[in-house]
Ligand binder design. Structure first.
Ligand code: C6P
Length: 411
């Protein structure tokens, strides 16, 4: 039985108060809190096994290497990767996407080619492609959204052509919560010969994802959005494709042999991991994966679905609240973006903070999407495994209280 109240006990930070109030943490799309087991794993690594990996022959180095590579196996199993060859540790989702932009796109794209994105992309899955377009002469295209904030897939066939070399899209919008039909888009993209990159920063932490079932070529996500530490990300790539790609960064560990004038490359996945990685972070990420495996990702999704349905219903009762996105927990992850009358989302966020409630306010690194909606930003509540209906009730009550401060803003 999934018991969020019991889960809360595993998260030391949830015991603290903010402005004298119980902390209600609803900024999980930005980063999640960490359970004691993850914090302990990092501490234990430094106290017991700290060493550099892949290099030493001493006990500590062997232990550190075994732990680091063990987490790669765990990660591969978590996303159904089949083998560890295609699991590359990066710093975050952003770096994983940039790896593909530099090592694949810049070498394969030319003038006349197209990269197809969506109107809901995070800057991390837009700016790298703008840079690729500038360097290669390729053109960016965008799948538009419906008025409900879902991808207008009726337009997809018209946008896909033999010119489309890459389709890169978020599996779940960090602003609207919209869940994207990954398999359908991937199948249609592959039919025209395009490669597919899935930005799964908001998907892997919240629902079961299997890269082999999805049949995508690349998939990127961040450990810190799924109970893990900051500074660890993952790029999954189809090994046959990664094999054909040049390294992203050059340096130690990614080479096989080095001469003065040239080098040869290490095997996958190490070809793409130059220099000393975030070993302690990866080890702690292993503890985060253990935690999520114990809960079960289907149960995590179900919990967030219930909470999102409740939040949509409670917030929807207030006529001054404008909610953006599908407003349907079946088609939406645990993210609810809204505005309250004419109150600026930053002002609302500041007043909610006074009540101990942490939300995010602003453009959420999606400025083009904000322009499409003709707004400067939204307030955003985003949920995770330790959130409860009490948290949603606290949010709704605090919004009502904040509204009294701004009573002129929505009359
Ligand atoms: N979105 C949010 O508050 P990094 O920073 O590299 O770990 O993740 C980038 C990123 C990429 N794609 C999507 C869909 C994302 O949501 C994010 C991070 C956070 O919405 C921080 S801006």
């Amino acid at each position: 039985m999934f018991d969020a109240k019991l889960i809360q006990k595993d998260f030391p930070i949830l015991n603290r108060q903010v402005h004298g109030k119980r902390l209600v943490y609803l900024d999980n799309a930005a980063t999640t809190q960490k359970p004691a087991s993850v914090i302990a794993a990092e501490k234990e690594y430094y106290e017991q096994s700290n060493s550099n990996i892949h290099r030493g022959i001493h006990t500590l180095s062997e232990e550190a290497t075994t732990q680091y590579e063990g987490v790669r196996e765990k990660t591969a199993a978590f996303i159904g990767a089949g083998s560890t060859e295609g699991v590359i540790f990066t710093r975050n989702t952003t770096e994983a996407i940039n790896l593909v932009a530099w090592s694949w796109a810049r070498r394969h794209l030319k003038k006349g080619d197209e990269v197809l994105l969506t109107a809901a992309e995070h800057h991390s899955n837009l700016v790298p492609w703008q840079l690729v377009a500038r360097a290669t002469g390729a053109k960016l295209q965008f799948i538009p959204l419906t008025p409900q904030g879902e991808l207008d897939l009726k337009r997809l066939d018209a946008l896909l052509s033999r010119r489309t070399k890459l389709v890169s899209f978020t599996a779940m919008s960090n602003v609207l919560g919209t869940i994207t039909p990954v398999k359908d888009i991937t199948r249609r993209a592959h039919a025209v010969g395009a490669k597919v990159l899935v930005d799964a920063a908001q998907a892997v932490p919240h629902m079961p994802i299997n890269v082999q079932e999805a049949a995508c070529d690349f998939l990127a996500f961040s450990a810190h959005k799924m109970l893990g530490p900051t500074g660890v990300g993952v790029l999954y790539g189809r090994p046959e494709l990664l094999d054909t790609m040049e390294p992203f960064l050059g340096g130690g560990d990614m080479i096989l042999e080095v001469w003065r004038d040239h080098s040869t490359w290490n095997e996958l996945p190490w070809k793409f991991e130059a220099g000393t990685p975030n070993i302690s972070g990866v080890v702690a990420f292993g503890a985060a994966l253990n935690y999520l495996n114990r809960l079960g990702m289907a149960a995590v999704r179900q919990h967030e679905k219930d909470l999102t349905a409740y939040a949509l219903a409670q917030l929807g009762k207030d006529p001054h609240v404008t909610i953006y996105g599908p407003r349907d927990a079946e088609r939406q992850g645990g993210v609810v973006s809204f505005n309250y009358g004419a109150i600026h989302p930053h002002d609302l966020g500041t007043l909610l903070d006074q009540e101990g409630i942490a939300i995010r306010a602003g453009h959420h690194c999606c400025q083009p999407l904000m322009r499409d909606y003709d707004i400067s930003g939204t307030a955003r509540a985003s949920f995770y495994v330790y959130n409860t209906r009490d948290d949603v009730d606290a949010l709704v009550a605090a919004i009502k209280k904040a509204a009294t401060v701004f009573s002129g803003a929505f009359s």
